[in-house]
Design a protein around this ligand. Structure first.
Ligand SMILES: [Zn+2]
Ligand SMILES: [Zn+2]
Length: 367
């Protein structure tokens, strides 16, 4: 079938919205008609050349839609189901999958991270030449073929333009709080970076009744949105000394938890610096290739300060996505406030150009 997709060729060249050919789903695969897809920083890393990804490729990995066709052997979804896309097409049988950590499944690295399906090929093509789908998802298109473990059924009464955000920003941010960290009621939480993921960390911290939730960003609009989602204090480090301001709020020792949601060396190091003895800094942000950090190991052992990573909010999509959508429908997770602009796929280049300058609200493409 013919589909409309935004094709990335190379850094500095605008994506072009084109008609591509999409093959039918093969064994264990699903064809989804997308209703919406979100613009994520992980796409932006490729657009800016911070992550090498050779074009042509259809970017996008956060989306939701309706199943139109299923390939042979598919059992978890049926035609007509509403699904949220997951960018971890896990195998379901390895040690990681069996221990409930599908984001660490080797199959994800072998396939999604190479932008190919389980058989090593792509379903999209242009004039007979394969066009890979980013993270085996390629959500900047009106239709996608994904692995069945990447199509997670959710309730049909949930608006798909909000449900789409569950597939990356919300699963990553809320999951980091609940699954990776296990923040307890009353714990103090620092969140550095208030984009889609950082704002989702704030929503997660609010959901578990964290104590002080301190949001940090250089953009006033993002801080305002952070407040509306539950931040109890906001700090703009361009105007105030961050360390001083945090210690004034929670005491000299520092916070229980610091979440870094940008992926920069100085902010990861600051997150670590601002946790109390016995506290934990969680790296949620995805750094550009080649970034390294410096941490004093003596502080680490002597003060028992931990630095841990969180990929995809340590989530199990099949378990967590429906729950997160339920929480939204119950009014406990305010995804309406997470959405910034709603645009057409034809606005994709200017929408990426505006990323980082906006107010942290997620830009969503609707089809
Ligand atoms: Zn993402
Ligand atoms: Zn696996």
């Amino acid at each position: 079938m013919k589909v409309t997709a935004a094709v990335f060729e190379s850094v500095g060249k605008p994506m072009r919205v084109e008609e591509l050919d999409l093959e039918d789903p093969k064994e264990g695969e699903v064809l989804v008609k997308l209703a919406a897809s979100g613009l994520c920083h992980s796409d932006y890393h490729v657009v800016k050349g911070e992550w090498s990804s050779e074009g042509p490729v259809v970017l996008g990995h956060e989306g939701a839609g309706v199943v139109e066709k299923v390939g042979p052997g598919v059992t978890n979804v049926a035609v007509g189901d509403h699904v949220v896309l997951s960018w971890v097409p896990y195998c379901g049988v390895c040690t990681y999958c069996n221990s409930g950590r599908p984001a660490l499944c080797p199959k994800v690295v072998e396939t999604a991270y190479q932008n190919v399906m389980f058989d090593g090929t792509s379903r999209l093509s242009r004039d007979g030449q394969a066009v890979p789908s980013y993270l085996a998802t390629g959500a900047f298109a009106d239709h996608v073929v994904v692995r069945e473990s990447s199509a997670i059924p959710v309730r049909k009464d949930a608006p798909l333009d909000k449900a789409a955000l569950v597939g990356c920003a919300v699963a990553t941010g809320v999951g980091a709080v609940i699954n990776t960290a296990g923040v307890q009621p009353g714990d103090t939480v620092l969140v550095i970076g208030c984009g889609g993921v950082g704002l989702s960390v704030i929503m997660g911290a609010t959901l578990v009744s964290a104590g002080q939730i301190i949001a940090v960003d250089v953009n006033e609009g993002s801080l305002e949105r952070a407040r509306s989602l539950g931040a109890t204090a906001v700090i703009n480090p361009r105007q105030t000394d961050l360390a001083e301001a945090v210690r004034e709020l929670v005491g000299e020792a520092g916070v229980d938890w610091a979440f870094e949601a940008i992926g920069l060396k100085p902010t990861v190091e600051t997150a670590y610096e601002l946790i109390r003895p016995g506290g934990t800094a969680v790296v949620v942000g995805q750094a550009a290739e080649g970034v390294t950090i410096e941490i004093d190991p003596m502080v680490m052992s002597d003060r028992e300060k931990s630095l841990i990573g969180s990929n995809y909010g340590s989530c199990h999509p099949a378990l967590d996505f429906p729950r997160l959508v339920d929480l939204y429908m119950q009014g406990k997770l305010d995804l309406d406030r997470l959405v910034g602009r709603t645009v057409s796929i034809h606005d994709i280049n200017e929408s990426f150009a505006a990323m980082g300058k906006g107010d942290g609200g997620r830009t969503v493409i609707t089809y």
